[in-house]
Design a protein around this ligand. Sequence first.
Ligand SMILES: Cc1cc2nc3c(=O)[nH]c(=O)nc-3n(C[C@H](O)[C@H](O)[C@H](O)COP(=O)(O)OP(=O)(O)OC[C@H]3O[C@@H](n4cnc5c(N)ncnc54)[C@H](O)[C@@H]3O)c2cc1C
Length: 402
Amino acid sequence: MKKIKYLILGAGPSGLTLAHSLVDAGCPLDQILVVEKEAVSGGLCRSEMVDGAPLDIGGGHFLDLKRKEVLDFVFRFMPREEWDLYDRVSKIRIRDVEVDHPLEANLWQLPTEVQADYLESIAQAGCIRGEEMPESFAAWINWKLGDRIAQEYMLPYNRKIWSMDPDALGTYWLYKLPNVSFRETLLSCLEGKPMGALPAHGTFLYPKKFGYGEVWRRMGEALGDSLVSNCTVETIDLGTRTVNGRWQAETIVSSIPWTLWPGYCPIPEDVKAAISCLKNAPIDVDYHQETLDSRAHWTYEPDESVPHHRLLLRSNFSTGARGYWTEANASRSTPAQGPRFHNEFAYPINTLGKPEAVEKILTWAKANGVIGLGRWGRWEHMNSDVAVAEALQMANQLKTGS
Ligand SMILES: Cc1cc2nc3c(=O)[nH]c(=O)nc-3n(C[C@H](O)[C@H](O)[C@H](O)COP(=O)(O)OP(=O)(O)OC[C@H]3O[C@@H](n4cnc5c(N)ncnc54)[C@H](O)[C@@H]3O)c2cc1C
């Protein structure tokens, strides 16, 4: 039995960042252990070589530039000169036309008649007419964006990506959607130019010679013997905080999905009930050899007769690569025609009641010396830069005991 201070479950961006930043905060490396079920660290951000070039097996991943502390940390493992900077080109297919994303800022690119349809529906949106905000997801989307954007894009796209009745989703996360102003949309159509700001990843970094996974692989390698790969968590003794009967820790930090925990240790009924409220969407990533004739880095596909919801043109962001890959909710995938990568835990779903369930689980965990971290520890739809930022912050809190 090895005794250590911190046992971190999962070597995705969250677990890796926490391990390194605990060392930065003065904790000896031999007092930290990261346990990872896969052979290679990086979690959803891993890449593999497919058809002569890297492919991001957890779906398309790009590094956002907005957080300086994250870039400083990431560049320690893959210096800035190993990354290329791109201005995002993302498209959405609507009525068989490809327009720039986000749709509401680029309606001017559609045929005039179609623009008129959209403008009419935005003018009649509930929020513009001062109607009360509805509580169900589908009604909320109609209220906020007008029924055209709702029916032709937002609702079908959400049905595809989650494979779930949109009304099982909460509305608490929709504050992220931009406001659509009728006046600004009209001006944009009349002047033939986009309005508003680009969403996340307006510009982004992608490795010059590797896939997105390389930086996390290096981060794992730099942990030496403090990373145990090919090791699945199977049992947790909460009384002694012992994992797999091999390692005993003062604090366990879990970045693995809570829904796996009932298989590891006894859990009180009310916490088990909260865990059963957590839902995740699995995705299949499928590689296709053909190089498409488009400038886009990726394209959103709301058409429900097509299985995938997003298509990634790696030939446009990975040096010397050909081909593209698609991302589809696994329940919508058709039989694979080429290399396929299945990700059971891809998206945490923002279902009704999720915030309360997560709070209950984290409170119980904390009382047992366990802290939830990252996408699955917090059940939050966070990007890797946010995962890194939160892990950096957690290391500071652990250091100061707050
Ligand atoms: C399709 C898609 C596109 C995305 N695009 C972007 C993007 O463009 N830019 C961006 O910054 N972020 C993007 N993200 C988000 C990014 O993947 C996450 O923010 C990041 O992976 C979160 O890191 P994490 O360590 O919290 O979780 P994960 O990466 O999921 O890591 C969890 C780790 O736990 C391990 N694990 C699970 N169970 C066990 C067990 N029983 N025992 C041991 N280990 C276990 C897993 O193998 C994994 O390594 C995207 C995500 C998806 C799904």
